[in-house]
Design a protein around this ligand. Sequence first.
Ligand SMILES: NC(=O)c1ccc[n+]([C@@H]2O[C@H](COP(=O)([O-])OP(=O)(O)OC[C@H]3O[C@@H](n4cnc5c(N)ncnc54)[C@H](OP(=O)(O)O)[C@@H]3O)[C@@H](O)[C@H]2O)c1
Length: 162
Amino acid sequence: MLSIIVAVAKNNVIGRNNELIWHIPEDLKRFKEITTGKTIIMGRNTFFSLGRVLPNREHVVLTHLKEEVSDDPQVTTVYSLDDLQKYIDDEEENFVIGGAMMYKTLMPYANKMYITEIDEEFEGDAFFPEIDKSKWEITQKVKGLKDDKNPYDYSYVTYVRK
Ligand SMILES: NC(=O)c1ccc[n+]([C@@H]2O[C@H](COP(=O)([O-])OP(=O)(O)OC[C@H]3O[C@@H](n4cnc5c(N)ncnc54)[C@H](OP(=O)(O)O)[C@@H]3O)[C@@H](O)[C@H]2O)c1
């Protein structure tokens, strides 16, 4: 199965200039907890925006380029949506970690979404798609820790496909 994990601003912004805009260490810690030991699926832009291979996770990177994006054994390059079918059919939970293009394309195939909703608007050029509330229900909403290091109001919201 596919799950989506993302941090989204109030105005649906998720990034700018191929980078994250905000820094919320608590959210990054949670991302690590949820995805460690799992397969993470991403578009080529997000892979290069990470800047490194994340430990203890299998990376699957989608691109139209006919070359591998990395020679790291933890990274598999795939070239079409058909190559993702096995991750959709899998009983294991596999995570779509971005970016905008991947979320838009793969949301119809996802069954669960872990969304960090940041109660703030940001200027950006990458957006999370609208969530069709008739198709998704919120099963959990937990307020995130706000302090000097995590300077925003935000909540961890879990959506499950109805
Ligand atoms: N806030 C968050 O949680 C979060 C998480 C992740 C990313 N982001 C942000 O999202 C932004 C990046 O998003 P993005 O939309 O620009 O890029 P992206 O979704 O990461 O990658 C897009 C690329 O993926 C490849 N691709 C997509 N669909 C494909 C298909 N059907 N077949 C083959 N290849 C395909 C293409 O690569 P080729 O050009 O190589 O063909 C395409 O250019 C950045 O600002 C990043 O910081 C935010």
